[in-house]
Every structure is written in C-alpha cells, then in structure tokens.
Design a protein around this ligand. Structure first.
Ligand code: UDP
Ligand code: MG
Length: 311
C-alpha cells in the first residue's frame, strides 16, 4: 500500500487544530486505500499546540509529530517535516485551514496519473487586505523578471510532492530558505489545480509586513544576483557621466580660466555619489551576509522530541 504523509507546520495554532483534525479526518476517509500519516511539526509554539497534538495522537494513531527546540519559522519547519516524513508522497498544508483539505484527494488523483508536484494555485485571496494583495503581486512580478527560473504566482506551499521531489528538497540545505522558489528550482512534472483561498479559520496570522519584506528580500537574493549586476551597471553609467563632466570642466578651465565657484554642483555630486555608494555597499552586504550564514554550515534545526521520544 502506498503511503501519504500530510505535513502540517504549526505555530501557536491551538484554536484551529481540533477543527483542522475534524476536517482532515473527513477528507481522509476518501483515501482509505492508502496508508496515511499526519505529521505535525510543532514550531516552538508558546500556547497549548503541543498538548493538543498529543491529545489528538491518543485518539488517532495516524498522527505523529516532531517538536522543534524553538520557533524556527515556517520555512525551517517544513524542511524538518520533509526530513521526518515517511510517505511516498507528502502533502504540505497550513494548519489554519486557509488551504482546504478537500483538495487532497484531487491532488492524489493527479499524483497517481504520474505528476510529481501537484500544487494549488489561488483563484482569489479572500480575507486579505488590498494592500497585501497588491504588494504580493508587485513582488511576484519583480522576482519573475529577475530570476531565470519561472516562479509560480499566487501559489503557496500547499501541494503534494512525490518522494522524488522530497528527496530533492532534502538535499537543499541552505539556512536562509525560500522554499517557494525551491519547488520550482527542482523541476519535475508539475500540475496546477485552482482553488479559492479561504480566510483563516481562527487564530492570528504570524506574518507582518516586516517579515514579508524579509521573505521578499530572501526570495530575491537567494534566487538571483541581479541586484549586484544593477549596482555595477549603475556604477558604470555614473562613471561614464563623471568622465564626460571631467572633460568638460578641464576644457572649460583651459579656455575660460577658473574663478572659484561651483559649491552647489559640488554638493550635488558628492551627495549623489555618496548615496549610490552606500546603496551598492548595502546590496553587496546583503549577499555577504548570506555567504556568512551559509558558510557556518549549521544544522537547520534541532528536534526536541519525535513522537514522545527525546531526540
Ligand atoms: N507557521 C510556522 N512557524 C512560524 C509561523 C507560521 O510553522 O513561525 C505555520 C503556521 O502555523 C501555519 C502556516 O505556517 O500553519 C502559515 O502561517 P500563517 O497562517 O500565519 O501565514 P499566512 O497564511 O498568513 O501567510
Ligand atoms: Mg494562514
């Protein structure tokens, strides 16, 4: 019998877990001819999430869980889950029921038809603000322009991955992860299904705009070096202009002499160049920071316990 793992990263989700389990349970009866595993990754929750998972496990033997040693963030929680998942396919789903579990049987159907990565694409983002929608839109457009691999728009982490994809993702051990890009980077047979994203069932979102900006910078710096290229391009354009201006000044001085003047132009040039230099340094720093973090080669996470056993 083939085995399917449902992977659920959870951080402070005490309010939705019972509801999530009830809905999953109903859906999973449609998958009776599969061996099932429901793998919770407790990402250092500070509420009763872990207790609730343990309670659920007593009632439902399909459940297993890993408890991370602290909050590492969703990206790390997902790779931890992939490391521990035992299924021939893994379905990643959010705990907050924004991703309807009812899509899982359809994903499995496509998987049986031979697709390796069946991802759910949002038709609409109900319950999200206009501002979040438009910033997300701009970000995807930019990333698309910059990077050489196609990155799916309006797609979250809700997807079914064949074992081949899981094994591929497990080999990408970078600490600063942009998983959404990785799904595209590894390739394999992809199939898209459309759905309407629901508002969160209960509890609060863990994202704020600062974190989203962070993720956006992560996405751009981990998948392209275009900003570096832009800063050198900007540098060369400015050098050429500066050279022309220099020639102009030299000839002007030779021909007309030089009564001391030019404070405004001097200031403008100094400030402008200073700004550009700082900007370029910032961009370079961004990449050096990444190099710094990756060269430490730290493990991505530590597990506190796996199914009740200390690790
Ligand atoms: N999550 C996590 N660790 C974190 C933040 C979030 O494991 O540090 C989980 C969270 O429990 C949920 C999923 O990631 O299952 C998506 O989080 P959320 O709903 O807050 O994000 P949004 O849907 O608003 O993008
Ligand atoms: Mg959510």
């Amino acid at each position: 019998m083939k085995k399917i793992t449902i992977l659920i990263p959870a951080y402070n989700e005490e309010e939705v877990l019972p509801q999530l389990h009830a809905r999953l349970d109903k859906v999973l009866t449609n998958l009776a001819n599969y061996d099932l595993e429901i793998l919770f990754v407790n990402d250092g929750s500070r509420d009763r999430t872990l207790d609730i998972i343990k309670d659920l496990q007593k009632k439902d033997r399909r459940i297993s869980y890993i408890d991370l040693s602290r909050n590492y963030g969703k990206e790390i929680a997902m790779i931890a889950g992939l490391d521990y998942a035992t299924g021939d396919a893994v379905v990643i789903i959010d705990a907050d029921l924004q991703d309807p579990p009812e899509l899982i049987p359809q994903m499995v159907k496509y998987w049986e038809e031979g697709y390796d990565d069946v991802f759910a694409k949002r038709n609409s983002r109900r319950g999200e603000t206009w501002f979040k929608k438009s910033t997300a839109n701009i970000f995807y457009k930019l990333l698309q322009k910059f990077s050489k691999i196609p990155i799916q728009e309006n797609t979250g982490d809700f997807r079914l991955l064949d074992r081949r994809c899981v094994n591929a993702l497990k080999q990408l051990r970078e600490t600063q992860r942009y998983t959404k890009g990785m799904f595209d980077w590894i390739g394999f047979n992809k199939k898209e299904i459309l759905f309407d994203r629901d508002p969160r069932a209960a509890g609060k979102t863990k994202w704020n705009y600062l974190k989203l900006l962070d993720l956006a910078i992560e996405g751009i710096t981990s998948f392209t070096t275009v900003p570096l290229r832009l800063s050198s391009l900007l540098g060369s354009i400015i050098s050429i202009c500066a050279f022309c201006y220099m020639m102009f000044i030299i000839f002007k001085t030779i021909i007309y002499g030089e009564p001391v003047q030019g404070y405004p132009s001097l200031m403008v040039i100094i400030l402008f160049l200073g700004g550009i230099q700082l900007l370029s340094l910032g961009i370079i720093g961004e990449y050096i920071g990444r190099i710094f973090n990756e060269t430490k080669r730290r493990p991505l996470y530590f597990v506190d316990e796996y199914n009740g056993k200390k690790v």
